[in-house]
Unconditional design. Structure first.
Length: 145
């Protein structure tokens, strides 16, 4: 639950381009920089990807784990021609929408003493789940005092 009356807000938009499905971009450094520019000492950073086939995750961002995530999502939500979305639109990305729904478009990160509260290996990443190249717009809103 969010407590307090936050009086300050700072918002910036990031852009990333990914060429392949399941392409990820580590945004942790950029989010840290935005928090620093916000001059907000205590509060939250809200990271949100615009679009129905993108996701924002907290993960140890390394090649092996990113491949594991791709493998698990392929098992849970494989490409299939019989998804209702596919039958209606024939664009081959029903699984992309479902994977994005499962992972979610946003992440809320607490800020303490002007820094995001992240673990040693914890990173913030945006993932393109679409079956084609996409530029992803990521809105970072920092709020607090």
């Amino acid at each position: 639950m969010l407590a307090g009356n936050f009086t300050r807000f700072h918002r910036e938009t990031l852009h990333t381009a990914r060429k392949r499905e399941m392409g990820g971009t580590d945004l942790t450094t950029q989010v840290h920089q935005i928090v620093t520019r916000s001059k907000i000492d205590n509060g939250f950073a809200h990271v949100f990807v615009v679009g129905a086939t993108g996701a924002v995750v907290s993960i140890e961002y390394e090649d092996g784990l990113m491949q594991d995530l791709e493998d698990v999502l392929a098992q849970l939500l494989p490409r299939r021609p019989d998804y209702h979305h596919e039958l209606a639109w024939h664009d081959g990305n029903a699984h992309s929408h479902l994977r994005a729904t499962l992972l979610g478009p946003q992440l809320l990160v607490p800020i303490t003493r002007g820094k995001p509260d992240l673990g040693t290996w914890q990173r913030i990443a945006v993932i393109n789940l679409d079956n084609r190249a996409r530029e992803r717009e990521v809105v970072v809103t920092v709020f607090g005092d």
